[in-house]
Design a protein around this ligand. Structure first.
Ligand code: 4NP
Length: 152
């Protein structure tokens, strides 16, 4: 069975679509197939493309995300995805409280994938300067590589 992964952040317009794009790119490089999606805890940006600054960084690294469209996490996600990976600790606690009793998805924190970053948040770049999106990109690429290694 193909492994399925859902990345979750607050708005689904910065961190989680960047993580989605990074994992797609790293899977392509590694010759792996995964089902990959992203969603937000909140529905504020439903139907919107990722933030322009996230689009710019992802395009610069060859992983365009302009076609993506934000959506909120759905209860069904807990039954259909193998892994739901939160970009920060608040997202993870929200996911834990939303999870239905028959949910089968494994919930985890993104930076727990990286040695030395256990328990850390992928910092939300939304309210930050453009440079913060470079840091986010570096984090999501490192996490994507670690996830592929872990699932291989
Ligand atoms: P994200 O960032 O959770 O990485 O997509 C945010 C996007 C939008 C907002 C907050 C964080 N917002 O307040 O609209």
């Amino acid at each position: 069975m193909t492994t399925s992964v859902l990345f979750v952040c607050l708005g689904n317009i910065c961190r989680s679509p960047m993580a989605e794009a990074a994992l797609r790119q790293e899977c392509a490089r590694a010759g792996k197939t995964m089902i990959i999606d992203s969603a937000g805890i909140r529905d504020w940006h439903t139907g919107n493309p990722p933030d322009d600054r996230a689009q710019a960084v992802a395009a610069r690294y060859g992983a365009p995300i302009d076609h993506l469209s934000a959506r909120p996490v759905r209860v069904a996600d807990f039954r259909t995805f193998d892994h739901i990976i939160a970009m920060d600790n608040d997202n993870l606690s929200n996911l834990k409280s939303m999870a239905p009793s028959d949910g089968s998805a494994k919930l985890s924190l993104f930076l727990d994938l990286l040695e030395g970053r256990n328990g850390q948040d992928v910092i939300d770049p939304y309210y930050e300067a453009d440079e913060a999106f470079e840091t986010t990109w570096a984090d999501v690429v490192a996490g994507a590589k670690a996830l592929i290694a872990k699932l291989s």
